[in-house]
Design a protein around this ligand. Structure first.
Ligand code: ZN
Length: 815
C-alpha cells in the first residue's frame, strides 16, 4: 500500500508541476483522484498539503472558473491560499463584485442604492477545510467540493456559479495537516496506526487556533481575518469540524442557548435558516444522524464561526463524526449509548435528532460525503436567496452606524496615559485586524468632563461592526444556567467573560453621549515587544516543560516567549528525569497540566478505541510513553533545593504542592461544581507591586480564571526550617496568611478581591475564593517556587498579568 502510494504521488507531482500554467481552454478539469492517486477520503489515505495544493494548481490551470490567491504565511513558513470560484463571467468582473460587498459592508449607502447593489451583486460564501488538523475530513473534502462546483452542469450548480462567489480555503491549517498526515503515514499498517499525535498540530497552539479570533495572536488567524473583515466580507462563513455529540453523525445548527445579546437577531435567524437547509439536504440524501441544539452555544466571541456574528455575518459550524484518521471504524449497534450526555435519547427520534443513527461502519469517506452535502446546502441557499443575504448584511451594518449615533455608548476613548502603553497598542491592533474603525481626535476636546489632547484615540460606536466593538469593550454578564432547576451549572461552550480592557490592563473611557469632535482615521502599527529585567538582575536560563501529551498552555507560553524575545529550551520528560538540571537552567516553567498527566504521560500498552469486539487497538509509540515519574519529580526537587526557580502555572502547582509538601493548599479542590464554578471569567485581584515577582504590575489587577486555583498559605513549622520533600499534602493551620507581602520568606504576590471579585463572565460560590491567595512565591532549599493559581498568559490575552510570569524568570545577576 505504501510504496504504491509513494509512486503515484511522485508521478502526480511531476505531472501537476508541468500543468500549473495559465488556464487553457479545452483542458479537461482533473478530478481529485487523478492527482491524488486515490479518491478523497479513501480508507488509510490522507492527502498532505503539497498534494492538495498541487490539485488546486491543476484546477487553476484547467478552467477560468477558479482563481487562486496567496493570503500569507503559516507559522512554519508555508504559504496559505484561497480559491475563488464562480462563473467565468463573475470572475472576469471580480473587482466589481468585491466593490459591491465592500460598499454594503461600509453601511453608509441608503436603502435604494443598497437594494440595487444587492440585485446586482453576488453572495459571497466562505467555506474552509477546518482548522483542527486531527479532524481530518475537512481538508480532504475541499478538492471534491471545488471539483463539483467547477464542473457540474446541473441547474443547481449553474445557479450557484451564477449567483455566488465561493471563497474556498482548502486548508486553513497547512502546518497541522502535514503534522497529522505525515504522523499517520508513518504509523498506518503498524501497531501504532491509531496512536495519538504527540505534538500540537501547528507551530504553537494546536486546537486553540480556534480560540484566537478576536486577539489574532497567530499568523494564520491574521491571514484569514484580512480576507474576512477587510477584503471579502462573506455573508455566510462555513467552518468544518469533526467532534459532534456521540453517536450523532453530524451536529448542525441551530445552536444551544445562551445567545449573546450583542449578536443581531438577523444573524441568528440566518444561522437557523442555513442549519435547516443543511439538515433537510442530509435527510434528502439519506444521510441520517444529524443533531442540533446540543453543546454548541452562541455566547462566546473568539471562534472562527462565532466572531463573524458580531460582524453581521452568518457563521456556521458543523461537527461531522470522526473515527480516527483515515482508518474505518465499526460501531456494533448494541454497543451504542442509549442517551447523549445531556440525557436526550440517542435511540429514538426527537425534535432536534429526528433520524437517529443506529451504528455500523463509519469511514473517512462518509465524513467527506456529509461535509460535501453541507457545502452544497449552504451554496444552494446562498444562491437562491443571494439578494436577501446581501441586503440583510447591508441593513445590519447600516443600522449599527445609526445606533451608534444615538449613543450609549457613543464612543470609547483610549487615553494616551496608560499603565502599559504597549498593551494599549496591542489592543488597538487586534481591533484593527477585526475590522474595527479607529479614529484619532484632530483637536483637543472634552468628554465626560475631562479634557483630552489632539491625537487621542477614539473608537466610535457608530460603525458597521459596532456589536463586535461593544462586545470586546464591555463586561459580559453570563446567565445562571443550570442543567435543571436548582441543579449543577450548565457548562458553557467556551469562555464566559473576555472584556479586553480588563484583561489587557488598558484604560478605556466609555462616553455615552456624543460630542462633536473632528477626527481622522488612525492606523495602528503593531508595537515591538520586549521584556527588560530590572537593574542588577538578569533573565535566567529558562527551561520550559512540554509533555508528549500536547499541551496548548505550553504552546502559548512558547509563543509568548518568542514574541518577547525570551530564549528558552524545551524540556521533555526524559530531559527532566535525567537530572543535572541546575547545571543548565536557572528557571523551569511548568505550564498548566493535570498532576496525573504530568506524572504518567501516555500510558504504556494497548487500549481499545471503542468498547466492544470491533474496537481497534490504540498503542502509543514507546518512545513517547510515560511522564515525569518519580525520577522527574525528584530531579525537579533537587533543582529547586540547589538554587533553581520553579514556576508552576495554575493546575501544575498541584504536583509541586503535593510532591514537595509545600505549606500551600488549593482551597477549591474537591468542591462540587454546584458549590463553586467559574469556567472562564475575569476576576479582580489585589497585588503587592513591591515584590520582585510583581514588578510593573498594578495594585488592582485582573486574573483570567478558568476553574483555576485559590490558595491558603501558611508559615511552615519554623523549627523545621524550610519545607522539605514529604510526599504528602500538609494540614492547613488555623491562621493562614492572607495579607499581601512577605511573611518569613514566603511572598504573597496576589490575592482574590475580598469584595465583588467577578468583573466579567460567570462565578458561582465566590465566597470560596474571596480574599484567598492567587499567587505565591515560596522559598525551597536554596531556590524558590512560584505558584500562579490562575491563567496569567491565557491564550496570549491577559497582558496585565504577563509580568508575573516574566519577573519569575529573573535571577540576581551574580547567580
Ligand atoms: Zn474542531
Amino acid at each position: 500500500m505504501f510504496s504504491l502510494r509513494r509512486t503515484y504521488l511522485l508521478v502526480v507531482l511531476v505531472c501537476a508541476s508541468l500543468a500549473a500554467a495559465s488556464p487553457r481552454p479545452g483542458n479537461a478539469v482533473p478530478g481529485p483522484e487523478s492527482v491524488f492517486g486515490f479518491k478523497p477520503g479513501a480508507d488509510f489515505h490522507l492527502a498532505d498539503y503539497e498534494l492538495i495544493s498541487k490539485y488546486f494548481q491543476a484546477l487553476a490551470a484547467s478552467t477560468p472558473r477558479i482563481q487562486l490567491q496567496d493570503i500569507g504565511p503559516t507559522g512554519y513558513g508555508k504559504r496559505m491560499f484561497i480559491a475563488v470560484i464562480s462563473s467565468e463571467e463573475n470572475l472576469r468582473n471580480l473587482g466589481k463584485y468585491k466593490g459591491i460587498v465592500q460598499q454594503l459592508a461600509a453601511g453608509k449607502i441608503e436603502e435604494e442604492t443598497a437594494r440595487k447593489l444587492s440585485e446586482e451583486g453576488k453572495a459571497v460564501v466562505w467555506i474552509d477545510g477546518g482548522l483542527h488538523a486531527t479532524e481530518v475530513a475537512g481538508a480532504q473534502h475541499t478538492p471534491e467540493i471545488a471539483y463539483r462546483i467547477l464542473t457540474e452542469e446541473t441547474p443547481e450548480v449553474q445557479r450557484i456559479r451564477a449567483n455566488v462567489i465561493l471563497v474556498l480555503c482548502p486548508v486553513i491549517n497547512p502546518d497541522g495537516l502535514d503534522i497529522v498526515a505525515h504522523w499517520y503515514d508513518k504509523n498506518v499498517n503498524t501497531p501504532y496506526e491509531l496512536a495519538p499525535v504527540v505534538q500540537l498540530w501547528n507551530k504553537y497552539v494546536g486546537h486553540d487556533n480556534n480560540r484566537d479570533w478576536y486577539m489574532f495572536n497567530q499568523i494564520e488567524s491574521r491571514d484569514v481575518a484580512h480576507v474576512l473583515y477587510q477584503e471579502w466580507f462573506p455573508q455566510i462563513i462555513y467552518n468544518q469540524h469533526q467532534s459532534g455529540p456521540f453517536p450523532s453523525r453530524i451536529f448542525v445548527p441551530p445552536f444551544d442557548d445562551p445567545m449573546n445579546p450583542d449578536i443581531p437577531a438577523e444573524v441568528i435567524r440566518g444561522v437557523n435558516l442555513v442549519g435547516d437547509a443543511i439538515t433537510r439536504r442530509l435527510d434528502a440524501e439519506n444521510k441520517i444522524g444529524a443533531v442540533s441544539r446540543m453543546g454548541f452555544d452562541a455566547w462566546w466571541n473568539g471562534g472562527m464561526r462565532t466572531a463573524p456574528y458580531y460582524h453581521n455575518m452568518v457563521g456556521i459550524l458543523t461537527e461531522t463524526a470522526l473515527f480516527d484518521y483515515a482508518t474505518p471504524g465499526y460501531y456494533p449497534p448494541k454497543s451504542l449509548p442509549k442517551a447523549f450526555a445531556n440525557g436526550l435519547s440517542a435511540k429514538e427520534s426527537s425534535m432536534f435528532y429526528p433520524s437517529p443513527w443506529q451504528g455500523g461502519w463509519w469511514r473517512l469517506r462518509d465524513a467527506v460525503d456529509y461535509m460535501v452535502t453541507g457545502d452544497m446546502a449552504v451554496l444552494d441557499i446562498a444562491a437562491r436567496r443571494k439578494e436577501q443575504w446581501l441586503f440583510d448584511f447591508w441593513k445590519m451594518c447600516h443600522r449599527e452606524i445609526a445606533s451608534g449615533e444615538m449613543g450609549a455608548p457613543y464612543e470609547y476613548i483610549v487615553p494616551n496615559e496608560q499603565h502599559d502603553p504597549t498593551a494599549a497598542e496591542d489592543m488597538l491592533f487586534a481591533l484593527q485586524l477585526g475590522g474595527v474603525q479607529i479614529q484619532a481626535a484632530a483637536s483637543s476636546f472634552t468628554a465626560n468632563g475631562t479634557a483630552y489632547p489632539a491625537g487621542t484615540v477614539i473608537l466610535p460606536a457608530s460603525q458597521p461592526f459596532r456589536p463586535y466593538l461593544i462586545d470586546l469593550m464591555e463586561p459580559q454578564h453570563y446567565p445562571d444556567l443550570r442543567v435543571y432547576p436548582g441543579g449543577p451549572p450548565k457548562r458553557p461552550y467556551d469562555m464566559t467573560g473576555w472584556t479586553l480592557p480588563l484583561q489587557m490592563g488598558v484604560k478605556v473611557i466609555r462616553v455615552n453621549q456624543g460630542a462633536d469632535v473632528a477626527s481622522r482615521p488612525h492606523i495602528v502599527i503593531e508595537p515591538a515587544h520586549r521584556f527588560t529585567p530590572p537593574p542588577g538582575m538578569k533573565l535566567g536560563r529558562v527551561g520550559l516543560y512540554e509533555s508528549w501529551q500536547p499541551n496548548m498552555d505550553a504552546g502559548w507560553t512558547k509563543w509568548l516567549f518568542d514574541r518577547y524575545a525570551i530564549s528558552y529550551q524545551v524540556l521533555h520528560d526524559a530531559d527532566i528525569r535525567a537530572g543535572g538540571l541546575r547545571d543548565r537552567f536557572d528557571v523551569i516553567v511548568l505550564p498548566t497540566q493535570s498532576e496525573p498527566g504530568m506524572l504518567q504521560g501516555w500510558q504504556p500498552g494497548t487500549r481499545q478505541s471503542f468498547e466492544g469486539e470491533y474496537g481497534q487497538p490504540v498503542t502509543q509509540r514507546p518512545e513517547y510513553v510515560g511522564g515525569l515519574g518519580l525520577a522527574g519529580v525528584s530531579s525537579l526537587q533537587q533543582f529547586a533545593e540547589t538554587g533553581g526557580q520553579l514556576v508552576a502555572l495554575d493546575e501544575a502547582s498541584q504536583l509541586l504542592i503535593h510532591a514537595f509538601g509545600l505549606p500551600v493548599k488549593n482551597v477549591l479542590a474537591g468542591l462540587s461544581n454546584t458549590a463553586f464554578y467559574a469556567p472562564g471569567s475575569l476576576l479582580r485581584i489585589d497585588v503587592d507591586p513591591n515584590l520582585p515577582e510583581t514588578r510593573g504590575m498594578e495594585r488592582d489587577s485582573v486574573a483570567f480564571f478558568v476553574n483555576s486555583e485559590a490558595f491558603d498559605v501558611w508559615n511552615p513549622n519554623p523549627l523545621a526550617g524550610p519545607p522539605r520533600f514529604t510526599g504528602k499534602e500538609q494540614a492547613v493551620p488555623e491562621n493562614p496568611f492572607e495579607e499581601l507581602g512577605e511573611h518569613q520568606g514566603i511572598r504573597v504576590l496576589a490575592k482574590y478581591a475580598k469584595a465583588q471579585p467577578l468583573l466579567s463572565g460567570w462565578l458561582l460560590g465566590e465566597q470560596h475564593l474571596q480574599g484567598k491567595v492567587a499567587a505565591v512565591s515560596v522559598p525551597f532549599g536554596k531556590g524558590r517556587i512560584v505558584l500562579i493559581g490562575f491563567r496569567c498568559q491565557f491564550r496570549g490575552q491577559p497582558e496585565n498579568t504577563f509580568p508575573l510570569l516574566f519577573n519569575s524568570l529573573v535571577v540576581p545577576a551574580g547567580n
